[in-house]
Design a protein around this ligand. Structure first.
Ligand code: BG6
Length: 282
């Protein structure tokens, strides 16, 4: 793996490959502004990309780290998770040395976005690859002359060897909205979260990092700016129902998302907001 940033064709999609001297690498699709792969030095891919993902530059890509903006999930009238994940992003900056690679992608409003969402905005996604660490920072500026509101998420699909053998630590005591149980608000009372069925939870105002433990490796997940943590696993029946997921996909993926979902972000003209998710392979 060469250090630096190169333009590649990823199964027909224009993409960037980021690499460091010590062997970390990542692939970023310009369609969706979406990280599709992240491999720390000497390891295997820590992101799940569905083998059935449709890469036709129209369909949202199932896996990696989709950017949900300006709407998270179905919290509004826009298509699910908004439009950022189905737009072409531009490359704003590329910087790298032996030890890191950094790219910033940009998305601004145009006629198509304004038809769906009548606001002027500019969004930037900065992706920083370092030794065992991947850092995504998402920034939105209101470039219009009226207020705007949005919800957003970095919808991170983590690859796990077996979801039943994985445990999430750090969510104890936080309240969450349980989408699998009529959106009831509950409080997490377990020391660890085990995935033993469909999970679709928005944890509110999570103030600390989360740790994903597997039997032989762990992953630290930290967020700043994004107050919520979403945990999603479709489990057996929903995996079967989602056309671009293999039937047994639920076993090999767990989404742990950094989100601003419970309270929309409101920006006055000229104001900006940012949120960050950092993944550290341990
Ligand atoms: O199928 P999509 O639109 O990519 O969404 C996948 C899932 O994304 C999660 O973030 C939501 O909480 C789930 O409710 C949703 O099903």
């Amino acid at each position: 793996m060469t250090a630096g940033i190169e333009r590649i064709d990823f199964r027909g999609l224009p993409a960037l490959r980021l690499g460091t001297r010590n062997g970390a690498s990542a692939v970023v699709s310009l369609f969706g502004g979406q990280v599709l792969s992240w491999t720390p030095p000497g390891g295997t891919d820590r992101l799940y990309l569905s083998p059935n993902a449709v890469l036709d530059r129209k369909t949202p890509i199932r896996g990696g780290i989709p950017v949900c903006f300006p709407q998270f999930a179905d919290l509004g009238a826009l298509p699910a998770h908004g439009f950022a994940r189905t737009r072409d992003w531009s490359v704003l900056t590329e910087r790298g040395s032996k030890d890191y690679a950094l790219v910033t992608l940009g998305l601004v409003d145009d006629e198509a976005t304004r038809t769906l969402w009548p606001h002027a905005f500019s969004a930037e996604l900065s992706i920083l690859l370092e030794e065992s660490r991947l850092d995504l920072e998402f920034e939105v500026t209101n470039t219009g002359d009226g207020d705007l509101e949005f919800t957003a998420a970095l919808h991170t699909y983590l690859a796990v060897r077996e979801v039943e053998e994985s445990r999430l630590e750090g969510l104890h005591g936080f309240s969450f909205r349980d989408k699998t149980d009529a959106n009831r608000i509950k409080r997490d009372s377990g020391d660890v979260l085990l995935i033993e069925g469909e999970a679709d939870r928005v944890y509110h105002d999570v103030q600390r990092p989360v740790l994903l433990r597997e039997y032989d490796r762990s992953l630290g997940i930290n967020a700043e700016g994004f107050p919520d943590v979403v945990v999603w696993n479709p489990w057996i029946e929903r995996s079967k129902a989602i056309v671009d997921l293999p039937d047994d996909a639920f076993r090999h993926m767990l989404c742990v998302e950094a989100a601003a979902a419970q309270q929309p972000v409101r920006l006055a003209p000229g104001e900006s907001w940012w949120g960050r998710q950092t993944l550290v392979a341990l």
